[in-house]
Design a protein around this ligand. Sequence first.
Ligand SMILES: NC(=O)c1ccc[n+]([C@@H]2O[C@H](COP(=O)([O-])OP(=O)(O)OC[C@H]3O[C@@H](n4cnc5c(N)ncnc54)[C@H](OP(=O)(O)O)[C@@H]3O)[C@@H](O)[C@H]2O)c1
Length: 240
Amino acid sequence: MANTIKTALVTGANKGIGREIAGQLAGLGYRVWLGCRDIQRAETAAREMRQTIGDVRVLRLDVADGDSVMRAAAALAGETRRLDVLVNNAGIALDAQLPPSAVDMALLKSTYEVNVFGPVRVTQAFLPLLRAAPAARIVMMSSGAGALAKLSDPSFATNLLAYSSSKTALNAVTLAFAREFRNTPIKINAANPGHVATDLNGHAGPLSVAEGAAVAIRLATLGADGPTGGFFNAAGPEPW
Ligand SMILES: NC(=O)c1ccc[n+]([C@@H]2O[C@H](COP(=O)([O-])OP(=O)(O)OC[C@H]3O[C@@H](n4cnc5c(N)ncnc54)[C@H](OP(=O)(O)O)[C@@H]3O)[C@@H](O)[C@H]2O)c1
């Protein structure tokens, strides 16, 4: 088992921004695993990327299912001794068309299972491999829609109870992990990709997936002098 190849895991990488992040990391020379629950689509994406970009593999992983995450961590430990990059990208926006008063508890819980508990369980499960890397980077795919600085501005158009509050919680999760690991080489940051045209928003965003992936790539490849416990967009720091 080679111990010199840099490795990365991107959750929710069979399409959208996650697929683009995975492709760009592979292009930078990382061995990349697409952590996906839809294996058929993931295999197709990995095959295409192997032909054109680099070393891309598939890891069956449903971030909302603790057993699936534990099985994925055990499977990856059988394939690599270290994980240099984890991008917690998988996310859902179930209440995109609903006012807060119409969001029921089932929808709220489902959203948190993927957007909040998912990154927590994936980060915890893969920590042994992340610690085994010389200087692991963890990127949490957050959103401007989770920024309290924006949500407290009456002129901000987005008002989604489940999606926005889940990303606000994810920002707090990012800070908690970053504080725990601040005296280690591991750096953990949250990313706002901007409004990107993907299935998540019916392809309404003005940005391309390449533009949306840029901030995650930067945070995934930070040098030793880079920040930890921050929230960033493509242009720089994003107000919390
Ligand atoms: N697009 C934007 O404008 C925008 C803005 C701000 C933040 N973001 C964030 O960026 C991230 C990527 O979003 P996107 O726009 O690329 O959306 P997308 O095209 O809908 O992709 C979402 C990905 O997450 C996966 N996923 C969902 N639930 C999962 C689960 N339980 N386990 C594993 N994978 C799961 C999906 O896989 P399946 O095919 O299996 O469903 C899909 O691969 C999300 O966290 C989103 O909140 C997006």
